[in-house]
Design a protein around this ligand. Sequence first.
Ligand code: PPS
Length: 568
Amino acid sequence: MTLSNHAPIPELYVSHESALKLKHEAGALPSWDLTPRQVCDLELLMNGGFFPLKGFNTEADYDNVVENMRLADGTLWPMPITLDVNEAFADKVAPGQDIALRDAEGVILAIMSVSDKWLPNKAREAEKVFGADDLAHPAVNYLHNVAGKVYLGGPITGIQQPVHYDFKARRDTPNELRTLFRKLGWHKVVAFQTRNPLHRAHQELTFRAAKEAQANLLIHPVVGMTKPGDVDHFTRVRCYEAVIDKYPASTTSMSLLNLAMRMAGPREAVWHGLIRRNHGMTHFIVGRDHAGPGKNSAGKDFYGPYDAQDLFQKHQDEIGVTMVDFKHMVYVQEKAQYYPANEVPEGTTVLDISGTELRRRLREGLDIPEWFSFPEVVTQLRKTSPARDKQGFTVFFTGLSGSGKSTIANALMVKLMEQGGRPVTLLDGDVVRKHLSSELGFSKEHRDINIRRIGYVASEITKNGGIAICAPIAPYTATRRAVREMIEQYGAFMEVHVATSVEECERRDRKGLYKLAREGKIKEFTGISDPYEAPTQAELVIDTEGTDVDACAHEVILKLESMGLIKA
Ligand code: PPS
């Protein structure tokens, strides 16, 4: 597809007058409250960022995208853009019907004319799009554990853009960027995609890329959704703003992209290229392990470090953007300068700080050298990541009823209160069921709601610098993982499996519940007539058989110390 980087790109919005009228009419339509990811997708659909898509994928488009990275008409498109909904909503909608799409506040952003409704084969989608049906991949986890069961497809009529209150002046639609490039006379623009703060290696890489392509440079960071555990976008944008003036203003600009990343490595790189083409860019930097999701459940990388470059190269002409490929940049001590890893002069000393090492240094309040980053960036990072013993955290006990969770949790609370410094809140299973979840029973659905409520409260406590101790049964792995992800955005999460066997819990039967469960007087009783999925990757496993409560609580304290969360 040949598009000048100055010509306007088609958008899906209707005129202002029609939008007002449509909005009024749409009030009566069945309406779907978009998830945060869907809001990001919709914004890029409507503003042309996902051109040539005209709406959420139909089944035919989806099938071909999954299998062959192409829409049904053969156009290159590597990523399914689907509207996933729950079964209850899907039952209310039939192909041929219009639905209103609303944001979290209930504002109608668009109307979708539903043409397709189907049950996707998610295992196939995971294998083909992400390379493996492995829950260690964040997008595969999302697919199975967050996304709804049913997909709806069909064209979109855009009514209004999602509203952003943050960094408004830094957000640009594809056409706004195209206009800017036209105004500035920028015919060649190289984009740098990032979900991380900019350090010196990135600056060096982007300088070199612009020079190599003889192009202007657009720092184009993603502020939609990135990998769980990434530095939040507020902090990152403050970091970018702190260093943007280190670039020559006449050749470099910065704009924020509200994309929900999938971390799909090679396919994602191709997708990013198409999105950048739509935003008026002519060149795109693809570095090492582009949009990599980290390790799989066997501890191996999902993709090879340069797979993304290979796939991009293969489709470069169709993407319509030239790749500027880069090797990993490292610092050479003797030369006091950065080099691509494959051009390091022989006999010199290479210095590098990985993302994990950087996080460790921030966590432990250790030095971050100037050769690695800019003091302004480090200052911003330290503000949002104080040393670990100053941050909030959550200790999440899980185990069978009567395993000893509450007793140990209580002892732990008292010990932490004795130490002082941070407020401590105990969210015990029984207490939560009284104050937060009194209307809930013990079906899988209700247990999930219960645990998510606990997770939400714990994440707020953690965000605000407190200590949350949770002690529910929490029998399901996927729900515990969702809670972990909620909390790890703000601080540490320590899962403690109180691994008392069901035989021992039943022998103790402190509340007399096991007897009633055996007699069938309590239904769906965990361990007896309902499942308990034991954690496989808990930070700590406690064996209560033969160890007293004080010693168990002390084990947790020792673990917290070893994680740097409390001072010895
Ligand atoms: S869950 O699965 O995490 O939502 O359960 P939780 O909120 O921790 O609640 C567990 C407490 O409820 C009592 N109880 C039951 N537990 C398990 N299964 C069934 N069917 C059930 N019915 C009532 C029981 O006292 C649990 O408390 P603990 O402290 O775990 O013994």
